[in-house]
Design a protein around this ligand. Structure first.
Ligand SMILES: Cc1ncc(COP(=O)(O)O)c(C=O)c1O
Length: 493
């Protein structure tokens, strides 16, 4: 009578792929997986090499080789006379919280970063996405001409590594620009070119805060900022400080976290609400920073776009030794450029340079030279003048369309006289549901509720101003009005 081997119940082993070969490695991996998944636990006896080889139709030497490998890796132990036993379970050592996704195990950090990608999705360039360059103001032709010129001869051509601080002509052009247009006090030596304000915020949390330090962050505030603290700041903590009609409530900050090492603020145009930080609050914030040797990180993302009078001067001018100024070209030129800048007191510059080297060395040099020429030849200032009047008109059309097409019982626009977006408050609605339905209806929206700290949220959506014709704005506002009316009927049922 032929003796038939027992078929073993180790599901993770499954079928080995004979076409690929390396059968002992495949078997070892299958056993590792079974141990990680808990199908084999510490203390379990494995079948003999002979019976496992028979059931898997392998040479016994192949199984022996796999066992030896796993013994060497500390998964198995072989005892003469009593067989081979599993000695490792994932629980037998303190392991980080991991989440199985098929055969891949995600660390807690990986899960947090993945959640950011879920939360911050790039919106399609249709109403009301923010920062879509307006067709009539996009500087396409001049940008292309300067780019061709610079790339063809000279500095924009392929070259070696550049300075982490960024190319000198661009730092000079930015210095000139911010001194005149933003009342910022600086020299080109204090400027570090970044790949946008997002990177400046990330660098600031790495450089300005030590382990255990606390920073003030506005409530509500920019998710690109709060998500850094929630995801990547390790043991640096944020405390949320309320914002009222004058911007960040500095007195509240002093009560909630008087010893904070830094305050992250949007003084020209609070994100997302839109008001500027009042003069008295500015003075109080700088005073607190000086007294506590704290840093103020000024995110000046769209301050150039003020429609009623001149833009507010930057906070940096009131306390150049305490303020780290972050500027970006995403709003005034176009976000795909990925260029911005940090302006910091000189003693910090080397720290920023070091962090840049470790992160990405520097942004592409060629685009930095193109931008430097664009600025030094006066195109940026001309472009800004044109943009301001186009955006003022877009803002007027948007307000007019909302008034005409959305019932005031359903929604209210937050008043603001600057910036490239407005908040539409939606009391009683779940704004995430509005965003979902809006996207289905072809409208790009962002919910405001998750920009607040837990328990303080209010419902609303961001409406971006740029990039769209008057007809597109009217059509999208009309759709949004219908959608809100339908949702409110469903809520009443
Ligand atoms: C308040 C605020 N800060 C920073 C940024 C990031 O800008 P950048 O594109 O320069 O990274 C944005 C972009 O929308 C923003 O709204």
């Amino acid at each position: 009578m032929s003796r038939k081997a027992n078929v073993l119940a180790i599901p993770a082993i499954g079928k080995l792929d004979r076409k690929i070969g390396q059968l002992s490695q495949q078997l070892a991996q299958a056993l590792r997986n079974a141990i990680h998944k808990g199908e084999l636990k510490a203390g379990d006896m494995l079948p003999s090499t002979r019976s496992l080889a028979a059931s898997l139709e392998l040479a016994r030497g192949t199984v022996l080789e796999a066992f030896e490998q796993l013994v060497a890796e500390g998964f198995l132990e072989s005892k003469r006379g009593s067989g081979t036993c599993v000695i490792f379970s994932p629980q037998t050592i303190p392991s980080p919280k991991v989440e199985p996704t098929g055969d891949i195990f995600l660390t807690e950090s990986a899960q947090k970063f993945a959640r950011v990608a879920e939360r911050i999705k790039t919106l399609s360039p249709r109403p009301f996405a923010v920062s879509v360059p307006v067709g009539d103001t996009a500087p396409d032709d001049i940008w292309r001409k300067i780019g061709n010129r610079i790339r063809a001869r000279g500095p924009g051509a392929p070259s070696g590594y550049g300075e982490p601080q960024g190319v000198r002509p661009l730092r000079e052009a930015i210095c000139e620009y911010v001194r005149k247009s933003r009342s910022v006090h600086c020299t080109p030596e204090q400027i570090i070119i970044t790949s946008g304000t997002q990177q400046g915020l990330y660098l600031a949390t790495q450089i300005l805060l030590d382990s255990g330090d606390t920073a003030w962050v506005e409530d509500p505030g920019y998710p690109g900022m709060t998500d850094i603290f929630e995801t990547a700041a390790r043991d640096r903590k944020m405390v949320r400080i309320p914002v009222d009609a004058e911007g960040l409530d500095v007195e509240a900050g002093k009560v909630i976290a008087p010893q904070a090492r830094a305050a992250f603020v949007t003084p020209s145009h609070q994100y997302p609400l839109g008001m500027p930080l009042s003069m008295s609050r500015r003075a109080a914030l700088i005073d607190w920073a000086k007294t506590n040797h704290a840093w103020v990180i000024e995110d000046d993302y769209d301050s150039e776009m003020r429609y009623a009078g001149q833009p507010f001067p930057a906070l940096q001018g009131m306390g150049p030794n305490n303020v780290i100024y972050l500027g970006t070209f995403s709003k005034i030129l176009f976000p795909s450029l990925r260029l911005g800048y940090v302006i910091a007191p000189e003693p910090l510059i080397n720290a920023f340079n070091g962090a840049r080297i470790l992160m990405d060395r520097h942004p592409p040099s060629a685009d930095q030279y193109v931008l430097a020429k664009f600025m030094s030849e006066g195109h940026l200032n001309r472009h800004l003048r044109k943009m301001r009047s186009v955006y003022a008109e877009k803002r007027r059309v948007l307000m007019e369309a909302v008034t005409a097409l959305i019932s005031p019982d359903l929604a209210t626009l937050q008043p603001t006289d600057q910036g490239m977006h407005m908040v539409l408050w939606l009391p009683g609605f779940d704004d995430r549901e509005v965003v979902r339905k809006g996207i289905e209806a072809g409208i790009s929206l962002r919910a405001v509720s998750h920009m607040f700290s837990a328990g303080n949220s209010e419902s609303g959506v961001l409406l971006g101003l740029g990039g769209f014709t008057d007809e597109e704005i009217y059509a999208a506002v009309g759709k949004l009005g219908q959608l809100l009316a339908a949702m409110s009927r469903d809520l009443l049922l």
